[in-house]
Design a protein around this ligand. Sequence first.
Ligand code: SF4
Length: 637
Amino acid sequence: MTAFHGGYVGVVLDVDLTKRRVASRPLDPALARRVLGGSGLGAEVLWDEVGPDVDPLSPEAVLIVATGPLTGTPWPCSGRTEAVARSPLTGIYGDSNAGGTFGPGLKSAGFDAIVVRGGSTDPVVLRIADGRATIDDAGSVWGLDTVETEAALRARYAAPALQVASIGPAGERGVRFASIQATPNRSFGRCGLGAVMGAKGLKAIAVSGSRRVPIAEPAAFAELAKTMHARIRANAMFPACSRYGTPGLVRVVNEIGRFPTRNFQDGEFAGAEAISGEALRERFFVADAGCFACPVRCDKVYRISSGRFAGVETSSVEYETLNAFGAGLGNADLELILYANERCDRLGLDTISAGRAIGFAMELVERGVVSREDLGGLSGMWGDEATIVGLLDCIAARDGIGDVLADGVRRAAVAFGAAAAPYAMEVKGMEIPAQDGRAQQSMGLAHITSNRGADHLKAFPTIDETGNPDEVARRYGSQYLPEMADPHATRHKALLVKDGEDFGAVVDSVGVCKSGGTFVMAEIYWTDIAAGVSAATGWRLEESELRVIGERIVNLTRAYNGRLGVTRADDRLPDRLTHEPSPARGARGHVAHAEELLDEYYGLRGWDAARGWPTEETLDRLGLGDARLALWGQGDG
Ligand code: SF4
């Protein structure tokens, strides 16, 4: 029996790998109403259980895998699941969101979320089948790559609907930006959560089941879902998103000068056309692919049929990877990017951080900080195939200089000495993704304020990317025009980032996608999500309550970081982006007025201007009394 009427299964699986115990418990309905699920649920568990003294790679660390109330329902793009832990890469709050079918599979198997504690001395697989969980031996798959692991587990468990989340050799060896790969070839990419699994001896989670997600108001929900599918299909961006996926962004983003090139030395890449979404489709497209209940199907399968990489077949080749292994490394060879994408997926590596770590090493060679000998004889030249392939494998194996780079750019910069510091393109220890904030001021601010370190997906400001005044007027009002739609303007960007973060926290907590519908297409917004969650759960959830939930999750993760000592001083971009003008034609200067923007952003949030922490009043308003006590104590702060 469940206290829920729909949306949730109503059950959490607790796993203790040290004691080799599993136990089911009810999901607290009041907690679900406070934070929904996914990212919000993970943040709550992390706050309660993983304090400042817990090493992210110790048995005391906790890994949460959580779905949301829309995950696995007919709502469009509802295949999303969140993994949450203290990040071994950044040392602060860490999360990563994956699409595909793993999350819906977890709910089919009878659980909304899994909380993994402890650690096993022997490799194990967590097997969940129709409400029953076991901890199985993984000795035979330890050491295999993620594709081999999934194939072996399919053969072992012989469940047609099996969904697998597994780590590769990188996670086993504690690479701090190791990913978790989930069926079918989707990634929990950022924050190094694959290393958390590896440290626990947890090679994979394999789920299967036959339950359907209950819906409280089936007719109303079906009608709403149908309307949302239709609106997504009618969206002006649907044809391009559907045909090219995120790689379709390469041309336009390069034109506006926001395409990081050679470790952010430039924002415009001469070889962009060769690595564009159009070129990718024309040369290597095999088939469309997509996540659960998605009308967009932005994913594609690509195959290289001849040449030195003949036989490589890969999918989930995102805009980010085309940048991280393309322009970011001065590489215009699309085949090499496809090979690197497949290699990262098999090894279990975040393509963004892996590419940036290699780009960092290449710039250090260019600047004379690191020698070719340090690179084991590799040239380190921009675009050099041997360097890219060689360093990738060295990182995954923690071999030679790869052992230093495997700890991420921030730690590597410390290891290489003061001369390396100016070229470390990271915020709070997270390698910066493929948005040069010098060409879009809101992205510069978003990278600073994200609670998991440099990141575009938390605030995901898209409507000022190339200027979308109609959407600005619809969402915020025409009084914010023209500046809010202007990528170079700073005015009103604090509001754009704050609202995006709050809405994004909700999207990551209900279990839907940011590419399809919500952010890239800017079609589905607060009222739609409120209506969908209401019909799924039977709650009467107004937009105003949903907005508070979004704020609550952002403030809780900020408070988590505050408890770890993160302050305003950590909210800063590398000097290159704030002091060096971008040479790109589409960019104008550098990220401007970062401190003023932060003041405005903190003001909107109700955060203390000196420390950048939520004030006591803000935490009380959001029902975060524990966080108030932890940050400000009993006194008046
Ligand atoms: S839009 Fe793309 S990433 Fe999002 S659910 Fe659809 S296929 Fe998956």
